[in-house]
Design a protein around this ligand. Structure first.
Ligand code: PEP
Length: 253
């Protein structure tokens, strides 16, 4: 089953207006220069930049996504942003359940599941993040933690069209540490099995499972050529357009 790789950048809480526009233009230029790429591209800037980045990406095959959303359509939720608002700005994706939100905002699997359902309702694709902490990995619990997170945070209405899973070991995010390729493939294969139990084999075989955690141009090839790795969610390296594009090129996009 051929799954089109997704190369996704999570800009996190970075970039003021001019920097963000510059970065988006450079990503757009780099992707255009690749010609007919085999991969899909996505950038997820902070909320403040979504409109400007949308304009800067005009004409480029780079999708726009947000880094979170609320589960309600509108109403009394000061400071929050709804999926419909994101759709209205031109987003097609939203990252949900990133480990930084799970840690900083106490987001539970249940909440993430509700957000994902709301995102689907607004016709956004949800990139649902899962991953174990270092203590959990050292205790041999990586697969079990991911299994529980999938069962709890992936809604029953998920399809390969409206959902992408991102496996991001918490200890690999922003640290320069990366699991062995055997460890990555073990978790990805296990995640696909759990998805098959939950959503059916056909959906699981089509659904993309990204790897995230210290992906850079030099390790992209070995990580993204693993059979169950269908792209990357990239933090730090997505803030440099040439690294972001080099990751795609090195992954055979
Ligand atoms: C992330 O936070 O989604 C991420 C993968 O970060 P980094 O690439 O910097 O490890």
């Amino acid at each position: 089953m051929a799954r089109k790789k997704l190369i996704a950048g999570n800009w996190k809480m970075n970039c003021l207006l001019a920097e963000g526009i510059d970065l988006a233009k450079n990503v757009a230029g780099g992707v255009k220069a690749m010609g007919k790429a085999q991969c899909e591209f996505l950038v997820c800037p902070p909320f403040t930049l979504l409109s400007s980045v949308k304009k800067a990406l005009r004409g480029a095959k780079v999708a726009l996504g947000a880094q979170d959303c609320h589960m309600a359509e509108n109403g009394a939720h000061t400071g929050d942003i709804s999926p419909v608002m994101l759709k209205d700005l031109g987003c097609t994706y939203v990252i949900l359940g990133h480990s930084e939100r799970r840690a900083d905002h106490g987001e539970s699997d249940e909440l993430i599941c509700q957000k994902a359902e709301a995102a689907h309702k607004a016709e956004l694709k949800a990139v649902i993040c899962i991953g174990e902490t270092l203590a959990q990995r050292e205790a041999g619990q990586a697969v079990e933690v991911c299994r529980k997170q999938i069962l709890g945070s992936v809604p029953a209405d998920s399809t390969a069209n409206n959902t992408v899973i991102a496996y991001e070991p918490v200890w690999a995010i922003g640290t320069g540490k990366v699991p062995t390729t055997d460890d990555v493939e073990e978790v990805h294969a296990a995640v696909r099995k759990v998805l098959a139990q939950k959503l059916g084999k056909a959906t699981a075989n089509k659904m993309r499972i990204l790897y995230g955690g210290s992906v850079k141009p030099s390790n992209a090839k070995e990580l993204l050529s693993l059979p169950d790795v269908d792209g990357a969610l990239i933090g730090g390296a997505s803030l440099k357009a040439e690294d972001f594009v080099a990751i795609a090129k090195n992954s055979g996009c």
